[in-house]
Design a protein around this ligand. Structure first.
Ligand SMILES: CC(C)(COP(=O)(O)OP(=O)(O)OC[C@H]1O[C@@H](n2cnc3c(N)ncnc32)[C@H](O)[C@@H]1OP(=O)(O)O)[C@@H](O)C(=O)NCCC(=O)NCCS
Length: 420
């Protein structure tokens, strides 16, 4: 089936006075109520950054949306790299599969490359959308549900950490004041984590809402014995009771960040010690989160979701590979294929635990792979051996995959705590 000509449809950065129409199209694309109040338009105005919101216009009406913004991603070894974060991607159902996303993405990635961003990032609504644009799934997310009565805690014990620290409930204003500094510390130490904008803190503490609806959650902070804030959690509780007047409440974590293992332990134990709460839903966690092992009986934690999370598109192979550290010393020649022409080529990676150099080379390739496959490997989550078995990485020299795994993989898995 041939595609209708869409070049009559204008794809371009939107003007500020088109923001309300753009938000209406965004809602329609995400199957949300396609009416946007003046209050929501005003609340979301900080998201309008000239040049970074693209739209497609047909007869003057916005029919596709795309937004990108500056972000930092933490690489393995904890250097951060500048990223082009992509969000709010929609094409109205009436205009789908006519190449509008391709046009917006092509324009945005070219601009990101020009700006010097090392990678582009996104969280994909559906698995099949972004691989063709050179993105690969680079981190995974896991959600657990904890059956609290089975976890093995003694309901008679107080919710006081046994390490001299303390937990206090705080309000949204405290979170906006104390959260950004804590989060900055946490994300810089976590490969795969991303920076948060001021707007993130506004929308995640109810100062700005996307649809006028907001339920105030609980916020708790963990302070160590010397008064340092080392952890913070936002959670909500429902109000469910059984027929025989048993409390059956669920505490659902919106987000939980910790800078130290003791804060992590204390906050999960706290959540499992709230009277009435029979179930704790973990929210989006790292696939190798210690959470289950923090419970006396880890079997009380059941995985309910496991899925790809942060997708990465390498825009500069050299800088991306030089930004990270490696598991051992070694040399690899990577033949990378980039159909869009941003960063393909043959590179000699001379890597070690303190860093690497990655330079163009004419040496014979050890591994041949698409940039989307290299993106899968960049944060250390995927195994080269697995991709060789799958046939998406070609081993040109015997033993190269094994060496690549020794270089690239990490003892702890990367994790991006955020949706954006
Ligand atoms: C996903 C979406 C943005 C795609 O937009 P689109 O304009 O239809 O995409 P394009 O026409 O540019 O498609 C480019 C290619 O990707 C493919 N593609 C697009 N969406 C796809 C999907 N959801 N699954 C699989 N393939 C998809 C197209 O078939 C096309 O393939 P081809 O080049 O082989 O012909 C649009 O369908 C949409 O808005 N969906 C609902 C909201 C959503 O999921 N947004 C993404 C949020 S992360």
């Amino acid at each position: 089936m041939s595609r209708p000509n869409t070049h009559a449809i204008d794809v371009r950065p939107i003007e500020e006075d088109e923001f309300a129409d753009w938000l209406r199209a965004l809602n329609a694309g995400f199957l949300r109520e396609p009416v946007v109040s003046a209050e929501v338009v005003e609340g979301r105005r900080p998201q309008f950054v000239p040049g970074r919101l693209l739209g497609a216009f047909d007869g003057g009406r916005c029919v596709a949306t795309y937004r990108s913004f500056d972000q930092e991603v933490t690489a393995v070894g904890c250097t951060t790299v500048p990223a082009d974060a992509v969000s709010n991607v929609t094409v109205t159902a009436t205009h789908r599969r006519r190449g509008l996303l391709s046009r917006m993405m092509g324009a945005d990635l070219a601009a990101a490359k020009e700006r010097g961003d090392v990678v582009s990032t996104l969280i994909a609504a559906e698995y099949g959308i972004y691989g063709r644009f050179g993105y690969g799934p680079a981190t995974t997310m896991t959600e657990w549900v904890i059956d609290v009565p089975r976890a093995g805690f003694d309901p008679r014990r107080p919710a006081v950490p046994d390490d001299g620290g303390r937990i206090d409930l705080v309000d949204a204003e405290d979170v906006r004041k104390l959260g950004p500094e804590l989060h900055d510390r946490v994300r810089r130490a976590q490969p795969g984590a991303v920076s948060r904008t001021d707007f993130w803190w506004q929308t995640n503490t109810g100062a700005v809402t996307f649809d006028g609806k907001w339920t105030e959650p609980f916020y708790a902070v963990y302070r160590s014995a010397d008064g340092e804030i080392e952890g913070m959690v936002s959670y909500e509780c429902d109000d469910k009771w059984g027929d025989a007047k048993q409390p059956l409440n669920t505490a659902e974590v919106n987000w939980l960040i910790t800078a130290t293992p003791r804060a992590e332990r204390a906050l999960w134990h706290y959540l499992c010690s709230i009277d009435w709460v029979q179930t704790v839903k973990s929210g989006w966690r790292s696939p190798d989160d210690v959470l289950p092992l923090l419970l006396p009986d880890p079997r009380a934690a059941r995985i309910t979701t496991q899925a790809d999370w942060l997708w990465v598109r390498l825009l500069d192979v050299r800088r991306a590979m030089e930004a990270r550290t490696y598991g051992t010393d070694g040399e690899l020649v990577l033949e990378t294929v980039d159909a869009d022409g941003f960063t393909g080529g043959r590179y000699l990676l001379e890597a070690g635990p303190d860093g690497a150099s990655c330079t163009p080379t004419t040496r014979t390739a050890d591994l041949t792979l698409d940039v989307a496959e290299l993106a899968r490997l960049w944060l250390g989550d995927e195994s080269v051996g697995r991709l060789v078995t799958l046939g998406t990485v070609r081993e040109e020299r015997a033993g190269a995959a094994r060496l690549a795994d020794a270089l690239l993989r990490t003892p702890r898995r990367p994790w991006c705590p955020d949706m954006f």
